[in-house]
Design a protein around this ligand. Structure first.
Ligand code: CUK
Ligand code: CUA
Length: 677
């Protein structure tokens, strides 16, 4: 079923006549300045009650009653937009409908998930987590802090095919295929120990990440902190994406070394600025902390300078250097690296002074402006790309940084300096030439006009509205904000604190997501829901642009999307083979049996179970939960999963279907018998 629009205007007219008329100007904003609802206080009037009576029984003011209608997505109907939201250190992506804010799905990425059998004994997830670990010499990394989900782009707009996500504490990138919403690849960025920013180039040629904490050379490389200035480096990495294969190809990827500042957020240019990328930085002081060693605590040491540096990187020229096979490049960690000195000498890197401790770095939809904001400065600074280009061409430098990187003249490149409020973090855009900045300290969103060509010189760069947020907003997002075609309509606030907005459920609170309507001149809060895990960035696309499958083609290997999978079992071909060191089970599942349903092995055997789901019906997933061996798999219709382990302990172990799939679901079970040696 496709989402469709209903003649809401009729209903709205009825309500505005009978109830809202005139009262809509009471000034009482939904969710603000009214006592918190008491659980159980709502009496729902029976059938036949007027809309007014229902609104009154629910203690809704006119603005709330209106918002309820605006965001209501009736049973069986789909939300117009779908948001892929970061789950922070849950390691997952959460899929949320907009405007209902209904949680639609969790996509496990960096952390195991037992519902989907991800990293829980089935090969697909286990292998991807293992191969995408921080270091082969450390335990398999089974947690991540997922910050920046980004959709793949074609000509600068969402194509609904892939989602990428970054892991901050280890510097990894995940590739999620939106045909089945499964993570297909996790790549450790070579030579780094931490990445933060992630964005996608115009046609997804590269998935780009920027480091956070600099590194002396990647996992396992040591250099004393005393040598920080000389031996530690930041980096920006261009992960080559092969769209046909749906994989990052490290052999065609490259990296540019940067000074050991914390690079933080980064973004690619568009239109006139599309050959450039921009990343801000903090800790240009090169502090390494040491508060018990007689040095200032890190947060003080790293906030001394009035200005940090936005990096302006000519990636087109960097790529040309890489493709030319220049001998100035070094091969390190399996990719080509442009050393800092080469980047400097080739003119790939320039700096622009920016307000201290910056966080957000965003590019206006047409690519004319780059906007940054410093957490300790209540302004958004807009830089003109044309002015940056001119200053680079004219070598209009203030000075060089300690690594010899030219710092452009601030006054020559600055376009506007807009006071928005305390703690500005990130800026997103709508389709009417406005920017919206999250204010972490103010707990608010500020709306301002962009300058020409979006608004006239007289009307541009003005603060035009502000709305309170509950509480302490981090990222915010609008549909298509980071594409060439922002859609406007809604703004989602991804908040760090929930405090009293939802009932107490113990000392660990969820976070809070709020939906703001952008259709009028004034922003309006229209919906709110708790979010699981710490939300960082999100990305919002029209629901019907996502090219998702409802079942796999028969005999698909979800890990490779190959059909038929090398290890698929056809019906009638079920069997158990003895192998040199154990048994190989070729199993088929279909309502309501496992075939074979009895597996006999000897203690110490290596057990390989290939399970093919022979169903072709939508939603006919079967599970495989093996008692005691810590194995659970989800075998979706058409898919094949491999499970491999050593039968180390003798005993009688049932296995059973974990999905209530049929009337005989309780009977969908079998025996895994391990005979003692
Ligand atoms: S970051 Cu979390 S609020 Cu990782 Cu994009 Cu700004
Ligand atoms: Cu298959 Cu329950």
């Amino acid at each position: 079923m496709k989402p469709r629009t209903r003649p809401l205007h009729l209903l709205a007219t009825v309500i505005s006549l009978s109830f809202l008329g005139g009262a809509a100007t009471t000034g009482c904003r939904a969710g603000k300045s009214r006592p918190a609802a008491k659980p159980g206080a709502v009496a729902t009037p029976g059938e036949g009650a007027s809309l007014e009576a229902i609104a009154q029984a629910h203690n809704l003011d006119p603005a709330e009653a209106r918002a309820a209608l605006e965001v209501y997505t009736p049973p069986g109907r789909y939300d117009e937009f779908t948001m892929f939201s970061s789950g922070g250190h849950s390691g997952s992506v959460y899929v949320v409908g907009i405007p209902s804010l209904r949680l639609l799905k969790e996509i496990p990425v960096f952390s195991p998930n037992t519902w989907q059998g991800w990293g829980q004994g089935a090969d697909e997830g286990d292998k991807i987590l293992r191969e995408g670990s921080f270091s082969p010499n450390l335990p398999t990394q089974t947690w991540g802090d997922l910050h920046h989900p980004q959709l793949s782009l074609t000509k600068g707009d969402y194509d609904g095919q892939f989602l990428f996500a970054s892991d901050k504490p280890t510097g990894r990138v995940a590739v999620i295929d939106l045909r089945d919403f499964h993570t297909k690849q996790i790549v450790k960025t070579p030579n780094t120990i931490s990445d933060h920013a992630l964005f996608v180039m115009e046609n997804t040629e590269y998935v780009v990440t920027a480091t956070f904490q600099p590194s002396p050379g990647g996992p396992g490389v040591y250099a004393p902190l005393e040598t920080y200035k000389d031996r530690y480096r930041g980096a920006i990495t261009f992960h080559k994406f092969d769209r046909a294969a749906g994989r990052i190809v490290l052999a065609q990827s490259f990296q540019i070394e940067l000074p050991p500042y914390f690079q933080d957020l980064a973004i690619g240019g568009k239109g006139p600025s599309k050959d450039y990328i921009f990343t801000n930085s903090l800790n240009t002081e090169l502090s390494t902390g040491g508060n018990l060693e007689g040095r200032p605590p890190f947060e003080i040491g790293a906030s001394r300078n009035e200005m940090d540096y936005m990096h302006v990187i000519n990636w087109r020229r960097a790529e040309a250097l890489v493709l030319s096979g220049s001998p100035k490049l070094v091969e390190k960690g399996g990719i080509k690296v442009i050393p800092l000195e080469v980047a400097r000498d080739e003119g790939l890197l320039h700096f622009v002074p920016e307000s201290k401790s910056p966080h957000g770095c965003d590019v206006a939809p047409g690519g004319e402006y780059i906007l940054t904001s410093g957490k300790l400065d209540p302004h958004v600074t807009a830089y003109s790309f044309a002015k940056i280009k001119k200053a680079i061409d004219e070598k209009n430098y203030e000075k060089l940084d300690p690594y010899g990187i030219p710092i452009l003249n601030y006054d020559a490149v600055k376009e506007a300096y807009i006071e928005v409020g305390l703690g500005p973090l990130h800026t997103v855009f709508d389709d009417k030439g406005n920017g919206y900045t999250s204010l972490f300290l103010d707990s608010a969103v500020a709306k301002f006009t962009l300058g020409p060509p979006y608004h006239s010189a007289a009307e541009g760069w003005k603060l035009v509205d502000k709305i309170d947020i509950n509480y302490n907003i981090g990222h915010l997002q609008t549909p298509g904000s980071n594409t060439v075609r922002p859609r406007g309509r809604y703004l989602v606030a991804l908040n760090k604190w929930v405090v009293d907005r939802h009932p107490a459920m113990g000392p660990l609170h969820p976070q809070n997501t709020q939906l703001i309507d952008l259709s009028g001149d004034k922003m309006r809060l229209v919906n709110e829901a708790p979010s699981i895990g710490e939300p960082h960035n999100a990305t919002i696309i029209e629901t019907d642009r996502i090219a998702a499958w409802v079942t796999y083609p028969a005999l698909t290997d979800p890990a490779t999307m190959q059909t038929p999978a090398a290890n698929a079992t056809k019906q009638g071909d079920e069997r158990i083979e003895k192998t040199a060191d154990g048994v190989h089970v070729h199993m088929v599942v279909i309502r309501s049996q496992y075939k074979p349903d009895t597996i006999r092995v000897k203690q110490g055997d290596r057990v390989v179970i290939d399970i093919t789901n022979a169903e072709s019906a939508r939603d006919a997933t079967h599970g495989f939960g093996l008692h005691g061996y810590n194995v659970t798999a989800s075998i979706d219709p058409g898919a094949t999963q491999r499970i491999e382990f050593i039968a180390s302990q003798p005993g009688a172990y049932p296995f059973y279907c974990t999905e209530f799939c049929s009337a005989l679901h309780m009977e969908m079970a079998g025996w895994f018998m391990v005979e003692p040696r």
